[in-house]
Design a protein around this ligand. Structure first.
Ligand SMILES: Cc1cc2nc3c(=O)[nH]c(=O)nc-3n(C[C@H](O)[C@H](O)[C@H](O)COP(=O)(O)O)c2cc1C
Length: 164
């Protein structure tokens, strides 16, 4: 898929087929994440791939807005060392990953991590070393149905040439 086609087609997908995602694709996806820019080039991220059904169920219980995690083929948990720009760095990697997933014809949804009360519980669940901050969770799987992107704000509304 061309990059711009990918931007135009990426949507949040919350329903998945009961079909695994193979390691080769998961490696490609995480490779896209580690290519994201980071402030001062510190590359503070760590990526955890979770496929264990019991753990997915626990994640779905911990994250009230991520109940669909239990039916995902896997969850990607994006952690960062607590640097000054950990949140920006982790979010940039998250978006790279979401675009890579769309490019591969898979479906995903960003589930909030940072600022949520469950960050420590998720960290414990995956044995995260001290000092790592959960930035985001991504549910991932083969989409149950194709969803069309629908954006409310048009280019005309959001684009300002030189000044507002
Ligand atoms: C920081 C952030 C946190 C999000 N957290 C959740 C979440 O916890 N649960 C969820 O279902 N969607 C979550 N989303 C996905 C948004 O709801 C979704 O991107 C938005 O509705 C726009 O839809 P689209 O992704 O299909 O364009 C999150 C998105 C972002 C950027």
């Amino acid at each position: 898929m061309e990059s711009f086609e990918c931007f135009a087609n990426r949507v949040s997908v919350r329903e998945y087929l009961d079909k695994p995602v193979d390691n080769g694709l998961l490696e490609k996806i995480i490779d896209a994440g580690r290519r994201a820019p980071t402030a001062r080039c510190v590359e503070p991220w760590e990526f955890v791939v979770i496929r264990n059904k019991e753990v997915l169920k626990k994640l779905a219980e911990l994250a009230p807005n991520g109940k669909f995690l239990k039916d995902a083929a896997c969850c990607l948990a994006i952690f960062c060392q607590e640097t000054k720009y950990y949140l920006e760095d982790g979010c940039a990697a998250t978006e790279n990953i979401l675009l890579a997933i769309a490019d591969l014809g898979l479906g995903a949804c960003w589930v909030a991590g940072d600022k949520k009360p469950y960050v420590d519980d998720v960290a414990k669940l995956v044995n995260a070393p001290e000092g790592l901050k959960l930035v985001s969770l991504i549910s991932l799987g083969w989409p149950k149905q194709q969803i069309k992107q629908s954006k409310n704000r048009s280019l005309k509304e959001v684009l300002h040439w030189e000044k507002f």
